[in-house]
Write a protein that binds this ligand. Structure first.
Ligand code: ZN
Length: 197
């Protein structure tokens, strides 16, 4: 069970490392050709008091200039079943991955700064105004979070190495000179010592 837990721990650490690397790649990419990843959902509901009009909610996601952004916008438009569609392509679910210039996201980022309530901390941003709701997370946040486990893993490996060289139990650091075959403290055997964690 203990060994299973350790194996799972390393698997999670490796996945975390890969996610961290992927984030770093995405981070660099977002400055060069800033892909505008827009997965949208457009939900229509009747506009209060105006039967011809509908409120449409659009939700979109972006990856640009070193950060993620999720944006929700409220539109008032003429749309719905049996009605004229002002933007038929935007109805229902849309999924578009388009590559565009970073500058084109300026209007979308307006949701984070214009009027209403905004909150910002170390690059994390949240904005809410009359028509727009937006959150932004810089890639250094996700890269940092994904880097925690791999960093801990490296520290653990180094401590283990240091212990092994000094003739101590790789697992718990107990002095093994008197009992080289089995650690009396944690039960680790030398063969286990060589399988890392
Ligand atoms: Zn031990």
């Amino acid at each position: 069970m203990k060994r299973l837990l350790r194996g799972t721990g390393w698997a999670v650490t490796m996945i975390s490392l890969m996610l961290c690397a992927a984030t770093l790649a995405l981070w660099g990419w977002s400055y060069h050709r800033a892909d505008h990843v827009a997965a949208g959902y457009w939900g229509y509901r009747p506009h209060r008091g105006y039967p011809m009009y509908f409120d449409a909610w659009g939700v979109e996601g972006f990856n640009s200039r070193g950060r993620w952004m999720v944006l929700g916008r409220l539109h008032a438009c003429v749309a719905g079943p049996g009605r004229h569609e002002t933007s038929p392509h935007a109805k229902g679910k849309t999924f578009e991955v388009t590559v565009s210039e970073p500058a084109e996201l300026n209007s979308a980022e307006g949701g984070l700064s214009s009027g209403g309530r905004t909150w910002s901390w170390l690059g994390l941003k949240y904005g809410l105004n009359r028509n727009t709701w937006a959150v932004a997370m810089p890639h250094y946040w996700s890269a940092g979070v994904f880097a925690v486990l791999p960093a801990m893993g490296v520290i653990r490996l180094r401590r283990r190495q240091r212990h092994r060289r000094a003739g101590l139990c790789a697992h718990c650091g107990y002095d093994l000179r008197a009992t080289p075959l089995r650690c009396p403290e944690c039960g680790m055997t030398p063969s286990n010592n060589h399988s890392t964690l």
